[in-house]
Design a protein around this ligand. Sequence first.
Ligand code: IPE
Ligand code: IPE
Ligand code: MG
Ligand code: MG
Ligand code: MG
Length: 295
Amino acid sequence: MTTSPSEHWQTDARQTIDQALRQCLDQVPPSRLRDAMHYSIAAGGKCLRPMLCLATCGMFHQPQETALVPACAIELLHTYSLIHDDLPAMDNDDLRRGKPSCHKAFDDATAILAGDALQALAFELLSTDGDFTDKQRLIMLRTLAQAAGPSGMVAGQMQDILAEGKTLNIAELTEIHRLKTGRLIQASLLLGLQAAGITEGGTLAKMEQLGALVGLAFQVQDDILDVIGDTDQLGKQKGADAALNKSTFPALLGLKESQRYVLQLHQQAQTRLDDFGKEAFPLRSLVDIAIHRTF
Ligand code: IPE
Ligand code: IPE
Ligand code: MG
Ligand code: MG
Ligand code: MG
């Protein structure tokens, strides 16, 4: 079987990211805390966010490794969000990335602290490593903090929890998805762009819009996979949303209509990449994965 250029790109990027993440965790003093952080990072997620970050940087005529530090920072932060999302007080999920969730493999307190530590490590890494100007560094730190914090992912997680057992309208659900998932995916693109030295202007606005589309589509597909996916392939329990009475796109729109909506968002996202020519091929293929994925 021949490997396509985009598959080849993804394999290489994945290896580079895995190695950098390992090096990053090697700096943590050996302890139960490091074991738990390492357990969740090494469990093997798709690494979509760091790949989006590298692919975006490469699209602007910079070596994509320029963005390796923010790429790792976003994966550390995303992994923290998953550990906390699975806790009994949140979604109470026992399976993550095909393995027992962090709090199952360790315990609740260790999982909470491992999440806290991964989040802090993400900001430490971004504030010290890589070859960036002070201005670039500050902008990237702010991008990550705003995407992660009380106006971003955490705000979305709060609204998601408050909405359990309630029926939202589409606008309310879209807002939750935009925040809890969309903001970190959008930040992945923005960090790649900022690492390439583009910190303002029309291109930033374009990538913001593209990131928002991909982020929303990614979470609608996540809702769909919770209904039609396979637990083994997903590496997380199928049917978890219905068990918690979550509002989801399939619950509000039906499965077929949700699938049509994902395709529509995908089309809009791909159209936005037309301006960027052939340099955009890795990002195009990642946008395809985000939306057509089965896990
Ligand atoms: C899962 O994200 C959480 C959501 C935002 C839906 P991913 O599907 O990217 O999880 P990993 O990183 O591959 O495990
Ligand atoms: C979680 O959304 C988004 C996060 C901020 C982690 P979900 O709760 O739907 O993610 P999964 O399905 O557990 O991965
Ligand atoms: Mg959740
Ligand atoms: Mg969950
Ligand atoms: Mg989900």
